[in-house]
Design a protein around this ligand. Sequence first.
Ligand code: UD1
Length: 420
Amino acid sequence: MDSFLIEGGVPLRGVIEVSGSKNAALPIIMASIAVDDVVTYTNVPDLRDIHTTIRLLNILGREASLENGVVTVRNGVLGMEAPYDLVKTMRASVLCLGPLLARLGEAKVSLPGGCAIGARPVDQHLFALEKMGTVFDLENGYIHGRCPRGLRGAHIRFDMPTVGGTENVLMAACLAQGETVLENVAREPEIVDLANFLIRCGAKIEGQGSTMIRVQGVESLHGCTYAVMPDRIEAGTFLVAAGVTGGELLLKNCPLDDMSAVVDKLRDAGMIIEKTEDGVLARTGEEGLKGVNISTRPHPGFPTDMQAQFMVLMCCAQGSGLVEENIFENRFMHVQELVRMGADIHVTGSSAMVRGGRRLAGAPVMASDLRAGAALVLAGLAAEGETRVQRIYHVDRGYERLADKLSAVGACIRRIKDPG
Ligand code: UD1
């Protein structure tokens, strides 16, 4: 297992190029299952989850590969089983369920277990696909879905806006018979990107980005070349890095329009974030950072995937900030690690009170999930002395060449092998 070794306290200065979005790439690449011929994706980040998706597609009979940010998926006889060994390493594997049912009328996908940030059930995915005519059985830990006469359009209202649920059912609805209306859907930019990809392949979709999506089923989808959107969470993480180190970063390819909730809060906290001809420029203003409150919500609210990183900003600010997590239970695993670095944070239920104003101190810490890992890297960059972030395989799932990108703007960070 690898760790990051960070010597903190260096203001980051320079240019960082934001990578393609992991959370957009995963469903969009998975959607190739529903497409008849060759699909080429550009701006794909080289990440562990992307490699897992490619492995899954290869197991399902596709010929998929990633080279220099380009994923190509070619036809092959489609299989219908997503095995436990893959699904257990990446929950998003469940996104093959919708397109497989649409293409084959049958799919067997290992039921994803709990994960570090909560139970994360898939009941909404199943309920919607049942309304479209699928019968599900649970067999030996696998969800086995059958719709021998094909999926049919339906009117579906989700109990809560779920990102994965919306994506899974959207992919299925493109090839269903007749019209599907999806209400109370998630509105994340990654869903809009998926819909735009499907439309490029011939799907008939309206309303993406709003709370209701309408899909007219078509006979088949054709191939295309598609550029994945930039990663708004990676970009947000770098904005925080500029703030907590007192540096100045220029982000290229930064999807600012999709980041309003985060950018508004960063500005409230004292950061100056400007759109320039060259990209997005970020630094802390003259008066320094100050505490603000955040409350995570579905898009366009403040994203849960930026909660841990924002908490580090609050640790470095003057005054206090209340952080409320409303999307996932158990998403404060980074708190105890930050406390080990000298942070003053008190958790009560789904809220954390962060009292800033003291310098973090380097320490050995452990990443418990992807965004918690990113937060600990940020804390290490801001802290005095040496921080060793262990279990960075979590970070590798979602940040492309993180240590290289940060080193290039002056950070003292390197990847080391753990002894033994
Ligand atoms: C996606 C993102 C993840 C992000 C999350 C919320 C990907 C690959 N992952 O995860 O990074 O943190 O959106 O923005 O895009 N829920 C149910 N039943 C369901 C589905 C969801 O109860 O059938 C609950 C979940 O437990 C959670 C909430 O709804 O509390 C949101 O989950 P969801 O939006 O589905 O997140 P993911 O798609 O798993």
